[in-house]
Ligand binder design. Structure first.
Ligand SMILES: [Fe+2]
Ligand SMILES: [Fe+2]
Length: 290
């Protein structure tokens, strides 16, 4: 994240903050979270709330059935899906999906929403699985939400700064400039800064905002945030395998500071761990393209 924001960057951020039509937290997120607090265990009610939104239902089932998410069997109905996932996981999925949805807006020229969605979904599901396998099961749910939302700042840029976004894409495509650098050149800030601001504005937890703000270089974050380290790894894996890659989001180096933080003895041990994900990434991506 940009710690020394330039004058141009500050102007962009101020302009963004002053927009009157910034997305607000969707009602369904508040409803589902409220429900979990007050009627925990009421699957029928949760199903009713979620079923009101057909797009949400389809996406929940797509995620639950993806090889990366790792449910023991396929689910075809929302009720059964919720039963198998459990209320907590459904609430995580609903939160991540609804926030991604509310940011989406209308179709934007040059913005491949399908590619964005596949990347987000793969990074979210992989982050959850990595957290579990590396002994951080207690943050697996957070890792899913953070992974799903980590690049939401790109979508916000495309929606609220469409002209500048076209210039950024032109620099990436014609001049082969890394996306991150092109963002800095055109806007003075990047999708990290914009995503970080949005999550903070929505009053979501600071550790989630930190993931959005530092996912390209976690060592710049001054503190402990294992979810951030995991999302960086999952994001790097999409680039390494070139599966579910978000083509524009280029220009970051792998941040080796996460290796000991995720309890790997060395890079070789981490590389071995990464290799085990190749097939399941491939299977997930090919199902998403259906
Ligand atoms: Fe990114
Ligand atoms: Fe990403």
């Amino acid at each position: 994240m940009n710690t020394n924001i330039s004058e141009q960057g500050q102007k962009t951020l101020d302009e963004f903050k002053n927009l009157k039509n910034l997305p607000t937290i969707p009602k369904v997120v508040l409803e589902v979270n409220e429900m979990l607090r007050n009627h925990s265990g009421d699957i029928v009610r949760l199903t009713e709330i979620v079923a009101k939104d057909q797009g949400l239902t389809t996406k929940i089932l797509a995620i639950a059935n993806s090889p990366l998410y790792g449910l023991p069997r396929k689910v075809s109905s929302l009720e059964f899906g919720i039963m198998l996932l459990g209320m907590g996981e459904v609430s995580n999925i609903v939160t991540a999906l609804s926030l991604a949805q509310v940011v989406k807006g209308d179709a934007i020229d040059g913005f491949d929403y399908m590619e964005f969605w596949t990347h987000s979904m793969i990074v979210g599901s992989a982050s959850k699985d990595i957290a579990k396998r590396l002994g951080f099961a207690e943050i697996a749910g957070d890792a899913f939400v953070a992974g799903m939302l980590h690049d939401v700042g790109v979508q916000l840029e495309a929606r609220y700064f469409p002209e500048q976004f076209k210039q950024i894409l032109a620099l990436v495509e014609e001049d082969k400039m890394p996306f991150y650098q092109a963002e800095l050149q055109v806007l003075g800030v990047t999708h990290e800064d914009i995503g970080h601001y949005m999550i903070t504005k929505w009053n979501l937890p600071a550790n989630l905002a930190e993931v959005l703000g530092y996912h390209h270089s976690p060592s710049e974050f001054d503190g402990v945030n294992t979810t951030l380290d995991i999302v960086h790894l999952a994001d790097a894996m999409t680039k390494l395998f070139d599966i579910g890659t978000f083509a524009w989001d280029t220009g970051g180096e792998f941040d080796e500071s996460i290796i000991p933080k995720l309890n790997f003895n060395d890079k070789a041990e981490m590389d071995e761990f990464i290799e085990e994900y190749f097939e399941v990434f491939q299977d997930t991506a090919s199902e998403m393209r259906l």
